[in-house]
Design a binder for this molecule. Structure first.
Ligand SMILES: *[C@@H]1O[C@H](CO)[C@@H](O)[C@H](O)[C@H]1NC(C)=O
Ligand SMILES: *[C@@H]1O[C@H](CO)[C@@H](O)[C@H](O)[C@H]1NC(C)=O
Ligand SMILES: *[C@@H]1O[C@H](CO)[C@@H](O)[C@H](O)[C@H]1NC(C)=O
Ligand SMILES: *[C@@H]1O[C@H](CO)[C@@H](O)[C@H](O)[C@H]1NC(C)=O
Length: 365
C-alpha cells in the first residue's frame, strides 16, 4: 500500500487531534457498513463494471484463431498447468482492485462445498508485495505447510516456490482492464471505509489530509500531479508499486521494477504461460468461472452455480460511491502510457479465451 505510506507522511499529526471528534462520528457512521461483513462492501459488482468493449470477447478470439488456423489445433491438455502441480495447494497471489474480493468469497464458499482448507494472509500495516529471497523461501515453506487440498491467499508478487525446492502449487489470479483498475485504486484509498478501517486496525496512522481526499483523478492527470504521472522506466522507491498489475506476475526480480517496460512484460507473460493454471478476467466472469471449473475441478466445481445463485445476488456488492466518472479523454491520456500493461491484460484475456475454446463446449451464449 505505497499510497498509504505516502499518505501517512503527508497528513499532519495535528490534524488527527483536531479531528478526533470527527473521527468518532465517522466511525459511528461507518459501523453499520463495517460490521456485518467487512468484505462485502469492498467487492466489485461485475454487472456495474465497465461494459466489455465489443470485439474483444471469446468470439473475436475465435475468429482470430480461425483465421490463423490455430483454432483446430487447440488442445486443453497443452493449456493445462494444473497437471504440473506437485501439491494440491492453490496459491492465489491476489492483485488488489480487480474484484479479487469477490473471487475470494467464492473460494471461501467453495471450500465448504468442495471440502478443502481456506487460508488467507492477515491485513498488513504496510503491504509488502516484493520479498527478499529469504522471505520468498519462507513463504514457500508456509504455503507448503498447509494440509492439502487447500487454498492460500495473499497480496504478493508471483513467487516461484519451486526455485527454493518446494513442490509446485496451483497458481491462480485475476486481472482487470488496467486503466479501470488504476482509477479504482485511486478512489479506493480515498473512500472513508478504507481509511477508517485502517484507523481501527492501526490507530497511530494519521488520518489523511482533506485536500488530498478531495483531489479528483481527472484533475490529477490533467495537471501532471506526481501521483498521476506514469512515466516509462520510472521506479518508485520503497515498497510495491500498486499501479501495475503485471508486477504481481513478473515476480521479485529488479527488472520488474521500472514502469511499463518490455523486460517486465516478458517476465510476467512467461510466468503466466509456465505456471498459472488460470488467470481470470474480471470483465469476463462467465468465461473465467467456466475455465476454473474445467481446469481446476477439484477446487472449482460448482463455481458458476455458487457465483450466480449465492454471491451475485448479494445486494450491494461494492460499488465505490465515492468514485466519480472519469472521461474517456482522460482515460486515453493514461492509456497512452500504459501500453505494456494493456498488452499484458490482452495476453491474459486471450489465454483465458483459448482455454475456454479448447473445451469445445456447446455454445450457450
Ligand atoms: C521457476 O523455477 C523453476 C525451477 O528453478 C524454473 O525451471 C522456472 O523456469 C522458473 N520460472 C520462471 C517463470 O522463472
Ligand atoms: C506519459 O509519459 C510521458 C513521457 O514519458 C510523460 O511526459 C507524461 O507526463 C506521461 N503522462 C502521464 C499522464 O503520466
Ligand atoms: C453469465 O451467466 C449468467 C448465468 O448463467 C447469465 O445470467 C448472464 O447473462 C451471463 N452473462 C454474460 C455476459 O454472458
Ligand atoms: C487439467 O488437469 C487437471 C489435473 O490433472 C484435471 O483435473 C482437469 O480435468 C484438467 N482439465 C482439462 C480441461 O484438461
Amino acid at each position: 500500500m505505497s499510497e498509504l505510506v505516502a499518505l501517512a507522511a503527508l497528513a499532519t499529526t495535528l490534524f488527527l487531534f483536531v479531528h478526533n471528534r470527527d473521527l468518532n462520528t465517522k466511525l459511528k457512521e461507518m459501523e453499520v457498513r463495517i460490521h456485518p461483513d467487512i468484505t462485502a462492501h469492498q467487492m466489485i459488482s461485475v454487472q456495474s463494471g465497465p461494459p466489455a468493449r465489443p470485439l474483444t470477447g471469446v468470439r473475436s478470439t475465435m475468429k482470430l484463431l480461425e483465421s490463423t488456423g490455430e483454432m483446430s489445433l487447440l488442445n486443453p491438455d497443452n493449456l493445462n498447468n494444473t497437471k504440473k502441480a506437485q501439491q494440491q495447494i492453490v496459491f492465489f497471489n491476489r492483485v488488489p482492485k480487480v474484484g479479487s474480493q469477490t473471487l475470494m468469497e467464492l473460494i471461501r464458499r467453495l471450500s465448504i462445498r468442495n471440502d478443502f482448507g481456506f487460508h488467507q494472509d492477515r491485513v498488513q500495516r504496510v503491504e509488502t508485495i516484493r520479498l527478499s529471497p529469504d522471505d520468498q523461501a519462507s513463504l514457500g515453506a508456509m504455503v507448503s505447510s498447509y494440509e492439502p487440498p487447500g487454498v492460500y491467499i495473499k497480496h504478493v508478487c508471483f513467487t516461484n516456490i519451486s526455485e527454493f525446492g518446494f513442490p509446485e502449487p496451483i497458481y491462480i489470479n485475476l486481472v482487470r482492464d488496467p486503466i479501470e483498475r488504476v482509477i479504482s485504486w485511486y478512489y479506493y484509498v480515498r473512500a472513508p471505509w478504507y481509511y477508517v478501517e485502517r484507523k481501527i486496525a492501526f490507530p497511530d496512522i494519521p488520518l489523511p489530509d482533506p485536500k488530498w481526499l478531495k483531489k479528483d483523478f481527472e484533475h490529477c492527470v490533467l495537471t501532471g500531479d506526481r501521483e498521476c504521472r506514469y512515466v516509462q522506466g520510472e521506479i518508485r522507491e520503497g515498497i510495491g508499486d500498486h499501479r501495475r498489475q503485471s508486477m504481481f506476475f513478473c515476480g521479485h526480480h529488479p527488472d520488474c521494477l521500472p514502469f511499463n517496460t518490455e523486460g517486465a512484460l516478458e517476465r510476467a507473460k512467461m510466468a503466466v504461460e509456465r505456471h498459472y493454471a488460470v488467470v481470470g478476467v474480471l470483465e469476463d466472469m462467465n468465461t473465467t468461472l467456466t475455465v476454473l471449473e474445467n481446469y481446476i475441478p477439484r477446487f472449482f466445481e460448482g463455481s458458476s452455480d455458487v457465483y450466480w445463485n449465492e454471491i451475485s445476488r448479494y445486494n450491494p456488492i461494492n460499488k465505490n460511491s465515492f468514485k466519480p466518472p472519469v472521461s474517456e479523454q482522460v482515460k486515453d491520456i493514461v492509456r497512452q502510457n500504459f501500453t505494456k500493461e494493456i498488452e499484458f491484460y490482452e495476453f491474459c484475456k486471450q489465454r483465458l479465451h483459448k482455454q475456454y475454446l479448447a473445451l469445445k463446449l456447446p455454445d450457450k451464449r
